[in-house]
Design a protein around this ligand. Structure first.
Ligand code: NIG
Ligand code: FE
Length: 385
């Protein structure tokens, strides 16, 4: 099954070829077979379905490297209270834990599927999914298993917060996480994550958790510096984490450590939007040598958007990124945060995950916030929208 997309007005490749005008892309069996000027399309793409982009822009499919989409319940009342002045706190996670434990597999599956469909319709072709709303062995195992049904990027986040039944016994809960819970979850996961933050897990607890995961073949990623400055960034860098996420309150030492590492900083502007916290200064971070990715952090508490376009608009409007940087961060940056080299770029041999925008350039993603600009989406070479 081959598809030729031609008359592309602006092609963002994230590859050596750079941005191309008047371009075409040939897709064959899920992979990119050829990329170049529309006038140079290899003769006779026999049996090829042709799509005329009519001068519109094409970008790689979004790679959303941070989500928590397997959960039960609803926290819209918490959002309303926040907009009326209440502060965001990590403790809200526990209300989703109660609703998630009470939900059946089929209910959780249906909720996850709905959000995934929503993401795909908005151009997201790869999604990382974390557990973390179970916080007991049985439920965490259900969550990683359900996530593994729909993505290969599954993260075990048993260390999201200390559940109510372990109040004041955080170290005992960590014993459970790195013991029986890790045994149950490791077979279904690729990554291990911890919320290293005041009110969640301390530096020594976070280190124990990530090291236990590493010993089981899981690779680390870390939630850090979301609610205030902390130690999570330096721990992530020390352990060679693929990504450290949030970074709302970074110190100069954090920035220097990130710049000298190959740990990606994944910024989540939907969280700042929804919690009214300050946006991180992505301009200064990029200028300081940090590799920045963008993700939605889709979850019922701190960021219930699934729109990478919206996050790009926030990053450009409020974090000082150019649209080119923001689109790179939402595609190739996300791929790097997942240590993937087969996605996030439009180049020969890579996965054919592409988005045709209903706009002449990617700048429109930020210039026209809230407007549905995703015209067509291809995932693994199949047009899914
Ligand atoms: O990424 N930081 C911790 N976890 C989520 C929030 C989860 C919640 O509030 O339910 C986050 O923001
Ligand atoms: Fe998160």
């Amino acid at each position: 099954m081959r598809t030729l997309i031609t008359n592309i007005g602006e092609l963002t490749t994230n590859a050596g070829s750079g941005d191309l005008a008047d371009a075409a892309v040939l897709i064959d069996h899920g992979r990119i077979e050829w990329v170049g000027p529309a006038d140079d399309v290899p003769a006779d793409p026999e049996g090829c379905e042709e799509v005329d982009a009519r001068g519109r822009a094409v970008i790689p499919g979004f790679v959303d490297s941070h989500s928590h989409i397997v959960f039960g319940g609803d926290r819209s009342a918490e959002f309303e209270a926040r907009m009326a002045g209440q502060k965001y706190a990590a403790g809200g996670i526990r209300s989703t834990v109660a609703a998630t434990r009470a939900a059946s597999d089929d209910e959780l599956r249906a909720g996850t599927r709905r959000l995934l469909d929503e993401m795909l319709a908005q151009g997201t072709t790869t999604v990382e999914i974390k557990s973390g709303y179970g916080l007991d062995v049985e439920t965490e195992k259900r969550l990683v298993r359900l996530a593994a049904e729909v993505t290969e990027e599954v993260t075990f986040l048993g260390a999201h917060v200390v559940p109510a039944e372990y109040a004041d016994r955080g170290d005992e809960y960590v014993d459970l996480v790195i013991g029986e819970m890790l045994d149950a979850c490791a077979p279904h996961a690729k990554w291990i994550d911890v919320f290293c933050e005041t009110g969640a897990f301390t530096l020594p607890q976070s280190r124990r958790i990530l090291e236990a995961g590493l010993a089981r073949g899981l690779r680390p990623r870390v939630h850090a510096s979301q609610l205030g400055p902390g130690d999570g960034v330096r721990l992530a860098v020390e352990l060679g984490a693929a990504s450290v996420d949030h970074g709302t309150y970074l110190t100069d030492a954090d920035v220097a450590a990130l710049a000298a590492s190959d740990t990606v900083l994944t910024l989540l502007p939907g969280v700042e939007f929804s919690t009214r916290q300050p946006y991180p200064d992505a301009r200064a971070l990029i200028d300081g040598g940090v590799t920045v990715a963008l993700a939605c952090d889709t979850n019922p508490g701190s960021s219930f958007t699934s729109s990478m376009s919206f996050c790009i608009a926030l990053a450009v409007r409020d974090m000082g990124m150019t649209t080119a940087e923001a689109v790179w961060a939402a595609t190739a940056g996300g791929a790097q945060a997942l240590r993937r080299d087969d996605i996030g770029v439009i180049a020969v041999g890579k996965r054919a995950d592409l988005v045709l925008l209903d706009a002449p350039s990617r700048v429109h993603l930020a210039y026209r916030p809230g407007v549905p600009l995703i015209k067509h989406v291809w995932k693994d070479g199949v047009q899914v929208r």
